[in-house]
Design a protein around this ligand. Structure first.
Ligand SMILES: CNCC(=O)c1nnc(C(C)(C)C)o1
Length: 319
């Protein structure tokens, strides 16, 4: 099955639930695959993107106990799109709370885009809990990365989509798009919030694949998804991920994880999280393997990216 489709079939979860992690937040989680298998936690992107049942397909269900959860305010977690007590470090604590709740000692960690950011932050905070790292579309929220995607960079490759992205923002405010969107995404006016959320989400869905995928773009038409995705992403980005610039590359941080078996998979034509960040990571973390997929953009569903991600998890399942 895998040889033909790269990814595994999604098997139904044998455990799902809502797990209270603070006075405000409860997280949706699910466990599928092999109850006695080696555990892996999937960290979704965005932030605020939420999980999809097909995300289980990156892992052999006969070998892995597969844990998916929706991060604070994302997907089925409640309250939806809530920005209170929602920072990188709250999420790192949540991952540990879920690990303890499920009585797991150590687990594999898998994350793409924002999920790669959170995977690195979690592993550097708790290296003794991480069996391996599978990372895709490396994103570390440095100013240059955010500027390229939201202010001046990807805009030169997708001019028609860029015009739609800037449309809700008055000309006078376009010199700082993230800040201008922050005002509209948090407006008291619901129509303003929703219009901005859809335009923000649509920009990312338009640019996530090498070949523009109308079905992917259609995700931005879902009010609840667009609102959570846009509000939470923008909140993290205007706060630069609640990290020092380049923190995840600091020598004392990287040295905590250089012993962990790590696979990096990066699309050559990823315009959301360009390859320069994956290259920067490889330079400070030479023990990690880096595969640059010649015919792929950002999405984990690009055929060349999905294939290498599954090859990595197949290999790590033996650890
Ligand atoms: C800048 N955000 C990139 C990211 O984490 C991301 N891009 N798409 C997603 C979803 C697939 C979760 C929608 O996440």
């Amino acid at each position: 099955y895998r040889r033909q489709f790269s990814m595994y079939p999604s098997t139904e979860p044998f455990d799902t639930g809502m797990f209270k992690v603070s006075d405000i937040h409860s997280l949706y989680y699910e466990v599928s695959g092999n109850k006695e298998g080696t555990p892996v936690v999937f960290l979704h992107g965005g932030p605020g993107g939420g999980t999809d049942p097909t995300d289980r397909g990156f892992f052999n269900p006969e070998k892995y106990k597969i844990i998916l959860f929706d991060q604070r305010g994302a997907g089925k977690s409640t309250p939806s799109a809530c920005l209170e007590e929602n920072t990188t470090w709250d999420l790192v604590k949540d991952i540990e709370k879920i690990r303890e709740h499920l009585k797991i000692d150590k687990w594999h960690v898998f994350g793409g885009s924002w999920g790669s950011t959170l995977s690195l932050a979690y592993a550097q905070a708790h290296p003794d809990r991480v069996k391996s790292l599978t990372l895709r579309g490396i994103f570390t929220l440095r100013k240059s990365e955010l500027k390229f995607f939201y202010q001046d960079g990807a805009s030169h490759l997708f001019p028609e989509a860029w015009e739609e992205y800037i449309a809700p923002i008055p000309e006078a405010e376009r010199k700082d798009m993230m800040l201008a969107y922050h005002a509209q995404l948090n407006s008291a006016d619901e129509e303003t919030r929703l219009k901005a959320a859809k335009a923000w989400a649509k920009w990312e869905m338009w640019t996530s694949k090498l070949y523009v995928d109308p079905a992917h773009i259609a995700h931005a038409d879902n009010d609840a998804f667009a609102t959570a995705f846009a509000k939470i992403e923008n909140h993290y980005f205007v706060n630069e991920g609640f990290m020092r610039e380049g923190q995840l590359f600091d020598k004392q941080e990287i040295d905590k994880i250089r012993h962990i078996p790590t696979a990096i998979v990066q699309g050559r034509y990823d315009v959301v999280c360009p390859a320069t960040t994956a290259w920067n990571l490889k330079k400070v973390f030479p023990e990690a393997t880096l595969s640059i997929v010649p015919d792929a953009g950002h999405s984990s569903r690009e055929p060349g990216i999905a294939k290498l991600l599954v090859e990595a998890t197949d290999e790590f399942a033996q650890l």
